[in-house]
Design a protein around this ligand. Structure first.
Ligand SMILES: [Zn+2]
Ligand SMILES: [Zn+2]
Length: 297
């Protein structure tokens, strides 16, 4: 997996949501209203991911706003757990997921020029047993807003870390999974660093990890410095935070808490030489989080 640090890449930041539904499946508003709502809320792109469908969304792109076609597909799970929820970003044709093995679904997403996200693991009850045989996804949904507002199972940090610890490099994505018009909209998004606002540039940025996920906090700068494994450190700057957490595999990491009545806007972490990856979480005083992608070491 490529390991580009978006904070050291040229380009611009674009705000987007990778998971949403319309009345073409179980969403409450039609496609045109879904895209208009995100455009008016200041987003630069929205991926429409109706269940088991790929819609033609080309009419909904506008100045400074990209409509991207996708799908949420549901292949049967041969590994014992519940059915898969996999979002394909940038698809052209419907995938007949009912008849395909999940790995064939993942391969088909790539064959169409798309990229796959394993969705809301906590809500699905999915664990490493459901994921260890899968190939070809680029991200795990670390946060899903409709799963949060529905039953309080929005955070899937452990599932993301299990994949990082036990399988290998994978990115994290926070998404609304918008079905309604307010309660599950505009709460979780990605900030993507891309050369320009085109589907190709956004997909390149996704593939190279040039994005971070947030419920509100802003990551201002992030860097991995040091020449050797012995003197490496991760430095982060962010909007005012109550805590900043550096996470590596298993019990490796550090949580830094602001002194009483104060806030943090930067922190650094000397990376243990045995660390396989380091990722950063920012938590603001309302408990809202942001997640960097990992540095893979
Ligand atoms: Zn789903
Ligand atoms: Zn969904």
């Amino acid at each position: 997996m490529e390991n580009l640090n978006p904070f050291k890449q040229p380009g611009q930041w674009y705000r987007g949501n990778t998971h949403s539904h319309s009345t073409e499946s179980d969403g409450r508003i039609p496609m045109d209203e879904r895209f208009a709502a995100y455009r008016e809320a200041g987003y630069n792109f929205l991926v429409l991911t109706d269940h088991r469908k790929v819609n033609d969304v080309s009419a909904y792109s506008a100045e400074n706003f990209l409509a991207i076609s996708g799908s949420e597909v549901h292949p049967d799970n041969p590994y014992g757990g519940s059915v898969f929820h996999i979002v394909g970003i940038n698809l052209r044709e419907r995938i007949n997921c009912a008849e395909l093995h999940p790995n064939d679904v993942l391969a088909e997403i790539k064959a169409q020029g798309g990229e796959a996200v394993l969705c809301h693991p906590y809500w699905c009850g999915h664990t490493i047993r459901d994921y260890e045989q899968l190939n070809g996804y680029f991200a795990v949904e670390v946060y899903n807003d409709t799963c949060m507002v529905g039953i309080g199972k929005g955070f899937s940090e452990q599932a993301w870390d299990d994949v990082l610890d036990r399988i290998g490099p994978v990115y994290g994505i926070a998404a609304d999974d918008a079905h309604g018009t307010e309660h599950d909209c505009f709460h979780a998004w990605v900030m993507v660093k891309a050369a320009e606002l085109t589907i190709d540039a956004i997909m390149d940025a996704f593939r190279s990890g040039a994005f971070y996920s947030t419920l509100g906090p802003e990551i201002v700068d992030l860097d991995l410095v040091g020449d050797s494994a012995r003197d490496r450190k991760v430095i982060v700057k962010c909007s005012p935070a109550q805590s900043i957490i550096f996470k590596a595999q298993c019990s490796t990491g550090r949580r830094i808490v602001a002194p009483e009545g104060e806030s943090l806007t930067e922190a650094e972490y000397p990376v243990p030489s045995a660390a396989k990856y380091v990722r950063v979480e920012i938590v603001d005083e309302e408990g809202k989080k942001a997640w960097s992608n990992p540095f893979f070491l």
